[in-house]
Design a protein around this ligand. Structure first.
Ligand SMILES: *Cc1c(COP(=O)(O)O)cnc(C)c1O
Length: 383
């Protein structure tokens, strides 16, 4: 079997060989429990975790002790939202979020509504953007928390988070951001980005699945959602995933050294894909603002094509439509719907997401394959 060209990096990335090399010894020779301070096995693991913590902190401009290692972004988001709500319920019960958030954020908000939270789900404009004015209008006396993605996983749209977080800080309102798609792709400096919580996941930047983190700014109250041995300064109990943590540290180090260069290279490929497709096909629209977008993501709507037939026919490339992230769903993308797309156009939209191992030849092949498939489907349908 020949594999299709992988253009689904926003769903997950392969583990970089250098990341694998760094983590392997921590599965075998250095297998100690990082909490075992009485012998060299534990100390070796503890030391590796400390180094990884510094590496991840450096990538996002945090202090090492502001990081909590988790199993991934879903857990981080749950911990931030539930833990902040629980720790601050005396201050209010109102949360502001956005309809285009990842399901991990939206479903956690739904859960909090069951526990007494009142949640405002803002609708972005047709380009996917939320404005600081929209946030200001939604504020109330009991507003506790704003939760908003830095960059969207389906469209790549980057929100004006710095302005929004600054506005929240002035009013003493907490801010959580799901930065899962931004970490490793965009420069992030938490010394200048005034958010209180930031979630991320290793498998979106070339570390394995099952390791992630939550940044919790110093002195921010948070109630643990997983109790036990008081690991991670009692913010997340459970034996640390040392190999995963070492891997994510290495991945962070690689991202930091390559980020600027990689963003330019990948953006050039992404732009070539878009201009190749729009030059050779009519009625192709880019979903989401082109002015504020991740360098690697292109979400394209192919009008007048049956969405299901399109995805089934694109067998030379591995891509997704919006709902791929939401395991058992065939609904049109909630992100594209919130931006005002019709069901039909949302169904016939495809997310292309590029990454470290995408080559020029991959893009050439993807363009000609997509053009062939869309032309063929449009011809059949019009007969
Ligand atoms: C992948 C992703 C998640 C979920 O991350 P996991 O580590 O797989 O739980 C959350 N938010 C965004 C924006 C994502 O892209």
């Amino acid at each position: 079997m020949t594999y299709p060209i992988y253009l689904d990096y926003n769903a997950t990335t392969p583990v970089d060989q250098r990341v694998l090399d760094a983590m392997l010894p921590y599965l075998t020779m250095h297998f100690g429990n990082a909490a075992s301070r009485t012998h060299v096995f534990g100390l070796k693991a503890e030391e590796a975790v400390a180094q990884a913590r510094r590496q991840v902190a450096a990538l996002i401009g945090a202090l090492p002790n502001e990081l909590v290692f988790t199993s991934g972004a879903t857990e981080s988001i749950n911990l931030a939202l539930k833990g902040a709500f629980e720790a601050n319920s005396h201050r209010g019960n109102h949360i502001i979020t956005v309809a285009t958030e990842h399901k991990a954020g939206l479903d956690t908000c739904l859960h909090l509504e069951q526990l007494g939270a009142e949640v405002t789900y803002l609708t972005p404009d047709s380009e996917g953007l939320v404005s600081p004015e929209q946030i200001e209008t939604a504020l109330r006396p009991g507003t506790l928390l704003i939760s908003m993605m830095l960059a969207n996983n389906e469209t790549g749209v980057i929100q004006p988070l710095t302005e929004i977080a600054a506005l929240a800080r002035q009013r003493n309102i907490l801010v959580h951001t799901d930065a899962t798609q931004a970490v490793g792709k965009l420069p992030i400096d938490l010394a200048r980005l005034p958010v209180d919580f930031l979630s991320f996941s290793g498998h979106k930047f070339y570390a394995p699945k099952g390791i992630g983190g939550l940044f919790v700014r110093q002195k921010t109250p948070l109630i643990a959602q997983q109790d036990g041995g008081r690991h991670e300064r009692a913010r997340r109990s459970g034996t640390l995933n040392v190999p995963g943590i070492v891997a994510m540290g290495k991945a962070a180090e690689l991202a930091q050294t390559q980020l600027a260069e990689e963003a330019v290279r990948v953006a050039r490929l992404r732009d070539r894909l878009e201009s190749g497709l729009t030059a050779r096909l009519s009625d192709v629209q880019v979903n989401g603002t082109r002015a504020h977008r991740l360098p690697n993501t292109s979400n394209l709507a192919f009008a007048n094509v049956d969405g299901e037939a399109l995805l089934m026919s694109l067998n030379e490339i591995a891509v997704s439509n919006g709902s791929a992230c939401t395991a058992a769903s065939t609904d049109p993308s909630h992100v594209l719907k919130a931006m005002g797309l019709s069901d039909e156009l949302a169904y016939s939209s495809v997310r292309f997401s590029l990454g470290r191992f995408t080559a020029d030849a991959d893009i050439d092949q993807a363009i000609s394959h997509v053009v062939t498939v869309v032309d063929r489907l449009r011809t059949y349908q019009s007969i």
